[in-house]
Design a binder for this molecule. Structure first.
Ligand code: PMV
Length: 313
């Protein structure tokens, strides 16, 4: 059996993070410049179920059996085994690499799960459809986050823009006119589960404060969808600013994110907001062709550790 490789992109949430956990719609798009990759190599001399994992980015070199069944790199493998109704997996070595920043709101966990599941199923000669890959990535996310809305695994497994409402089949989003986004990283690691859980506690204590914020985000997301589908993406800027202000009111932003959002706007962006779980990680800015690099420079001058330019199409 030859080596089999697979990959999955990163993602950004253009509108609706956090509110999506409470039933409001969200819009997410893939970011193909960053990817998680998995390569499965046969090990003809190994025993059944002997799987060696190499993840050099995180310094992990270990037998899957030594990591435990709920390790995030092992769960997707066992899920593939179950989905295919297998009693054993053939001995193999799996190398996992990723250029997606970790704990930064770009979907690195879901992309690693999707790439792993896809590569293993391909190696076994039984490729799984995108909906199975999405389900596997969701199961892993859910195990660690507990409250995952499902938006990350969906946009990453299908690798296309989505309009997503929790618990409903996702809708593909048609981007009538491509547009440019610059992503700026605060460099702060912020586990999504912590921010989601903190917000849940505040919501439980004061639903009357938070429910209107979630509903307002949902309205903005629907307006954004119409602009994207009708070919008016440059008009998304004010909606992004409004969405960011609502995220600030939910207390999921932080000074570093607010600083980068402001720097992007000062640098000529049409709109900007935090992206993903918040309290660190990344923000996004809507730019025009002519000022994308100026906005990237403004972000780096303001402390962004990394910027990525991506075209939403
Ligand atoms: O994984 P992140 O950091 O992009 O955040 C996911 C978006 C949230 O709405 C905050 C959580 C969720 O499960 O939808």
């Amino acid at each position: 059996m030859p080596a089999v490789t697979a990959s999955a992109p990163g993602k950004i949430i253009l509108f609706g993070e956090h509110a999506v956990v409470y039933g409001q719609p969200s819009i997410a798009v893939p970011v193909t410049q960053v990817r998680a990759k998995a390569a499965v190599f046969p090990n003809p001399t190994g025993a059944p179920d002997e799987i060696w994992l190499d993840a050099p980015d995180i310094g992990l070199h270990a037998a899957a059996s030594s990591l435990g069944v709920d390790h995030p790199l092992v769960m997707p493998l066992l899920a593939v085994k179950a989905a295919l109704g297998l009693t054993h997996l053939p001995a193999c070595k799996i190398k996992i690499t990723s250029t997606i920043p970790v704990a930064a709101g770009l979907g690195s966990g879901a992309a690693v799960s999707a790439a792993l599941a896809r590569a293993l199923a391909g190696f076994l000669g039984r490729p799984l459809p995108d909906d199975s890959i999405s389900t596997i990535a969701f199961q892993v996310d859910q195990h660690y986050h507990g409250t995952s809305s499902g938006v990350d695994n969906t946009v990453i497994a299908y690798a296309q823009p989505v309009f997503f409402v929790r618990g409903q089949p996702f809708q593909r989003l048609t981007v009538a006119q491509p547009f440019q986004i610059v992503i700026g990283n605060t460099g702060l690691h912020s586990p999504t589960a912590t921010v989601v859980n903190d917000l849940r506690l505040r919501w439980q204590a004061h639903p009357e404060t938070y429910n209107p914020l979630f509903v307002h985000v949902g309205e903005i997301t629907c307006q954004a969808r119409a602009l994207i589908e009708n070919g008016h993406p440059l008009a998304l800027g004010p909606l992004m600013n409004e969405n960011h202000a609502l995220l600030q009111q939910m207390d999921v932003s932080c000074p570093e994110l607010d600083n980068l959002v402001q720097a992007a706007l000062n640098g000529g962006a049409l709109g900007a907001k935090l992206c993903g779980g918040g309290r660190g990680g990344n923000m996004i800015a809507l730019v025009e062709e002519h000022n994308g690099s100026a906005v990237s420079q403004a972000l780096r001058a303001a402390g962004a550790t990394h910027t990525i330019s991506t075209c939403v199409a």
